[in-house]
Design a protein around this ligand. Structure first.
Ligand code: HEC
Length: 175
């Protein structure tokens, strides 16, 4: 029994390690690229590529592969050093950043982000570029290889759709 549990833990560890670069890229894209990406390079730091992180900003390298304790990306994100980077990240995200650095910081392609729309500062209301639930469903169906306007069945005298009568694929977030 104990060996089965151990095996499961090891398999989970392996699966998580494989997913680390993708998870790390997601965290950076959502939290950091607006200030350290193509549009803006605060402190001269580009977090969109591994080279950019190694080169770092005005304070020097932001990333030391294999050394999460001294890498600035992890220290500033965890608020262990000033200037601390925007709050709002969760402990598991800091953990992903640390583990990614600890496993040698593998990244095989640049991190790109897409920002679609805007909310108020509480994330409560849409402030700009609002999308409807039908847009979201149209996009999900598109990613599943289905055209939401063609996926219909005839009922009550009209062609029914999962996206009802509206919905546009959100092209900005589809590669
Ligand atoms: C709202 C804008 C903004 C966001 C978002 C942001 N930063 Fe920063 N970052 C800054 C500014 C401004 C500085 C420079 C501050 C200073 O010099 O006092 C900086 C500096 C840094 C530095 C030090 C660079 C150097 O050498 O001076 C690191 C590392 C860093 N940020 C990492 C991150 C990480 C990781 C994230 C995402 C978790 C992030 N930042 C998100 C604005 C931002």
């Amino acid at each position: 029994m104990r060996s089965i549990v151990l095996l499961l833990v090891l398999l989970l560890e392996a699966a998580l390690a494989e997913d680390l670069p993708r998870q790390f890229a997601g965290i950076i894209a959502a939290n950091c690229l607006s200030c350290h990406g193509e549009a803006m390079r605060m402190s001269g730091l580009d977090l969109g590529s591994r080279e950019g992180m190694l080169k770092g900003g005005t304070r020097g390298s932001a990333l030391i592969p294999g050394d999460p304790v001294n890498s600035r990306i992890a220290r500033l994100a965890a608020h262990l050093e000033q200037p601390s980077m925007p709050p709002g990240r969760k402990p598991w995200q800091i953990e992903v950043i640390r583990r990614w650095i600890g496993t040698g910081a593998p990244l095989n392609r640049p991190i790109e982000g897409a920002i679609v729309g805007e909310t108020d500062e509480f994330g409560y209301k849409v402030a700009a570029g609002g999308k409807s639930i039908n847009d979201l469903h149209a996009t999900i169906l598109h990613l599943a290889g289905l055209d939401h306007e063609k996926l219909t069945y005839f009922h009550n005298g009209r062609h029914m759709r999962l996206t009802d009568v509206s919905g546009t694929v959100i092209r900005e977030i589809v590669a």
